[in-house]
Ligand binder design. Sequence first.
Ligand SMILES: *Cc1c(COP(=O)(O)O)cnc(C)c1O
Length: 414
Amino acid sequence: MNYYTSQTNFYGDTKPEQLIEQFGSPLYVYNENILRSRCREMMSFIDYPNLSVHYSTKANSNLELLKIIRSEGLKADALSPGEIFVLLKAGFKPEDLLYVCNNVSEQEMRYAIEHGIMTSVDSISQLHTYGKINPGGKVAIRLNTGIGAGHHEKVVTGGKKTKFGINIDKIDKVKETLNLYKLKLVGLTQHIGSLFMEGEPYVEGVKALLEIAKGFNDLEFIDFGGGFGIPYRKQDGEKALALKLLGEKLSDIFKAFANTYNPNIKFIIEPGRYIVAECGVLLGSVHALKDNKGTQYVGTDIGFNVISRPILYDSYHEIEVYHSKKPCKDSFTKVTIVGNICESGDILAKDRQLPSMREGDIIAVMDAGAYGYALSSNYNNRLRPAEVLIKKDGQVVQIRKRDSFEDLIKNFLD
Ligand SMILES: *Cc1c(COP(=O)(O)O)cnc(C)c1O
């Protein structure tokens, strides 16, 4: 098989079997070289001097990965006080962070303000909350220009049907509210949705937001959000997002706008998935095989508590198979790979033509770095897995411990 992990020398000096042996199964494995190269692509595909690339922390908030991302010159976005806390721990400076909040308490907003972090609010109601806490302060607002995109309705965050952003027909109300609290509007933000593979909707979103921006005089930054997709079906020949072409278009648009508005205006993009998805692989073990009325089930320890994208979004992840013993030659079977959670929806991959497996084999879930560990849970009182990093020099280090049984009871009072 022409595996992604062989092409990229993903496991460095180690092998999947060794990793499982040493750190247990299931296991999230990250590759530093791939992470760094994705950071560099995002840092360089737009040619505009005052561009900031803000990593969207929710995709993966492992402290060690955040430190690497920071070392590549990225800034970051937080969506909660918890994310702010972790980003500061990872060494980000308050001025490098943007808090993009949605329906938060006064207390949460105060946390960001007290830490000196620029905040973008996403309703008139929250603008009032902000104005009361921080009258006379600087603020940003998240707008919905009516353009949305994404791979699943649950992740389309712009357009007619979404809870996000202030609709642009409310701009007058925004201005009124700003005046009421003497707030200075310094930023506009938007995020149209997650996982687009064609740049066009993003470009449309950029143009729409810039049209609105012309109506405000003192903007210091405009943030266009993330959503940059990655090809989850590489084995089928799916192509990567045409970043170069998108970058050329955005560079032209940015320069033209800056020329007429303010040559120092800062533009921000907020990639999450693009940065971390492909540097992560999830390893698991095959424990059982069964034929149920013609469906060949492969039973593994990768339940939806470990990776929930397949059940949340019907997401497709490619699977690699590593045999523990020498496999029967050229033997493929159509299988459905399932986990160990007590729900019939616990399906990782349906009807896949894969090398025939036996108990003890190892499988790897590709492109698991984004929204993988981040969405994992202790459902069924299962332990969230450990995470390891294959460093630049090929060495492996553990970057998060597996949960322990004690973790399952640590928040109960005696
Ligand atoms: C989730 C999110 C992003 C990142 O989305 P990706 O699809 O992972 O790039 C960016 N901005 C905001 C506000 C988000 O909520």
